[in-house]
Design a protein around this ligand. Structure first.
Ligand code: C5P
Length: 399
C-alpha cells in the first residue's frame, strides 16, 4: 500500500525522535520514498546524517542551505507528498500546526501539504493531559489530520502515563490501513446533498434554516478520499470541499436541488441525502421587494416542496444505494424508521437535537445508523469528519 508513495517524515525535538530512524527504515522497506524534515531542536536528539543515510535523501531543516543559499520550497514539498507523518510530534509543534505558526520548514510544509497528514504525539503525561494540548489535538482532528494516539507506559521522565509515541510498526500499519481505505470507493460515483435550501420570499428575503453543511461536506470529502467521484449538490453555505475529487453544484432552492439531483442520480452508485431541505416554499415569490404595509400581520402562503430523497427513492434501480439523514427532537427511532421506509432508503443516519454535541452548526455529531433490515448501530460522539468516515466504513463493510 505504501509502495511508490512519497512520504514526508517530520521529526520534532522530543526524546522519541530516536524511534524515527526505525520509522524511516520501515517506510523505506514498505516501498515508500521518504523525505525527512527536522525542526531545529530535533537535531539535538538524532542526527540528520542517520536519517539521510537511511532514506537516501538529504534531510531538510532550514529554509536555505547556508553555504549555497539554495532555497527549499515548502510548496513543492507539500505538492510532492502523498502523505505526511509527524513523529514524534511535540506539544510545541502540535500547537504551531493547530494555529498556523509557520516559523520553521516543517510547519510551513504542513500548511502547504495537500496530502493526508498523520500526527504521532509524544510528550510527558502532564503535557499530554493539559487542556491546551488536548484542544490543539482536537483542532488538528477537525482539520482532517489523523492522530495516532500515544500509548501509555513509562515515559522518559520515569513517570508512568499516556504520552509514549506509538511504535513505528503501529504507525506504518495505520498509514497502510489509510491507503487501503483510499481504494475502497475507486470507480464509484457518489451524489451528496448538503446545506440548507433558501426559498425566495422576494428578491432580498428567503425562508431558510441553520444547517451549516458541515456534515454533508465531510461525507463528500471522505468519499473522495476513498477514491469516489463525488457530485456535491450544495445549498448556500460558506464551505469548500477539501478534496479535489468533489465537484460542487451550487443551488439555492429545493426545486433547483431536485433538478440537479435528477441530473446525476441515474449514473450514481450511492447517494447520501444530507441537505436540510425546506419543507415549504412561498407560493408566489414577489419580483420586487415587499414594502412594509400598514397592517400588523403579513401572510405568506406556502406550498410544499418536493421531497428529493423520496423522489430518488422511487426512481432507485437495483444496486443503487440511497442514504438519508433524520434530525429528530422526539420519538427519534420510530420517526427515523418511518422515514427510511417512506423514502425507500437503504440506510438512515439519525441524529437527535436532544443529544449534546449533535445536529446543526456544531463540529461534532452523534449518529445512530439504522439500515433497511432493522439493524441499529449507535455511534459515539465524533467530529463530523469522523462520523463521515464511520458512515462510509458501514456502507463499505455492510454492502
Ligand atoms: O422528512 P425529513 O425532512 O425529516 O427527511 C430527512 C431526509 O430527507 C434527509 O435525508 C433530507 O436530506 C431528505 N429530504 C429531502 N427533500 C426534502 C426533505 C428532506 O431530500 N424535501
Amino acid at each position: 500500500m505504501l509502495n511508490g508513495k512519497h512520504i514526508i517524515l517530520g521529526i520534532t525535538g522530543g526524546i522519541a525522535a530516536y524511534k524515527s530512524a526505525m520509522l524511516a527504515r520501515l517506510l523505506i522497506k514498505a516501498g515508500a520514498e521518504v523525505q525527512v524534515i527536522m525542526t531545529p531542536s530535533a537535531k539535538e536528539f538524532i542526527t540528520p546524517v542517520t536519517l539521510a543515510a537511511l532514506t537516501g535523501n538529504p534531510v531538510i531543516s532550514e529554509f536555505f542551505t547556508a553555504n549555497t543559499g539554495e532555497w527549499h520550497s515548502h510548496v513543492d514539498l507539500g505538492l510532492w507528498a502523498d502523505a505526511m507523518i509527524i513523529a514524534p510530534a511535540t506539544a510545541c509543534t502540535i500547537a504551531k500546526m493547530a494555529n498556523g505558526v509557520a516559523d520553521n520548514m516543517l510547519v510551513t510544509s504542513y500548511l502547504s501539504a495537500k496530502s493526508p497528514v498523520f500526527v504521532a504525539p509524544a510528550m510527558d503525561l502532564d503535557m499530554m493531559a493539559h487542556p491546551s494540548t488536548t484542544a490543539n489535538i482536537d483542532k488538528l482532528r477537525s482539520y482532517g489530520n489523523h492522530i495516532i494516539e500515544p500509548a501509555s507506559g513509562e515515559l522518559a521522565s520515569h513517570l508512568v502515563g499516556k504520552g509514549r509515541m506509538q511504535e513505528p510498526e503501529i504507525i506504518v500499519a495505520e498509514m497502510q490501513k489509510y491507503f487501503a481505505k483510499s481504494q475502497l470507493l475507486k470507480g464509484k460515483k457518489v451524489l451528496v446533498t448538503a446545506g440548507p435550501t433558501y426559498e425566495k420570499i422576494d428578491p432580498v428575503r428567503f425562508i431558510g434554516n441553520y444547517s451549516s453543511g458541515k456534515m454533508g461536506y465531510a461525507i463528500a470529502d471522505e468519499a473522495a478520499r476513498r477514491g469516489a467521484d463525488v457530485i456535491l449538490v450544495s445549498g448556500p453555505v460558506s464551505l469548500r470541499p477539501a478534496q479535489p475529487g468533489v465537484t460542487v453544484v451550487p443551488v439555492e432552492s429545493a426545486k433547483q436541488m431536485l433538478h440537479e439531483c435528477e441530473n446525476f442520480f441515474n449514473t450514481c452508485d450511492i447517494a447520501v441525502m444530507c441537505a436540510a431541505v425546506a419543507d415549504y416554499a412561498p407560493a408566489n415569490p414577489a419580483d420586487k421587494k415587499i414594502k412594509r404595509e400598514k397592517q400588523d400581520v403579513q401572510v405568506i402562503n406556502l406550498v410544499k416542496n418536493p421531497d428529493i430523497a423520496a423522489t430518488l427513492g422511487a426512481e432507485k434501480k437495483s444496486g443503487q444505494i440511497l442514504v438519508g439523514f433524520a434530525l429528530e427532537t422526539d420519538n427519534e427511532q420510530t420517526n427515523a424508521i418511518d422515514k427510511l421506509k417512506r423514502k425507500n432508503l437503504d440506510l438512515i443516519a439519525l441524529n437527535s437535537l436532544r443529544t449534546p454535541g449533535a445536529g446543526f452548526g456544531t463540529d461534532t455529531n452523534v449518529i445512530t445508523l439504522i439500515d433497511k433490515n432493522g439493524t441499529v448501530t449507535p455511534l459515539p460522539l465524533m467530529t463530523k469528519p469522523e462520523a463521515a468516515a464511520a458512515l462510509w466504513d458501514y456502507l463499505t463493510e455492510n454492502r
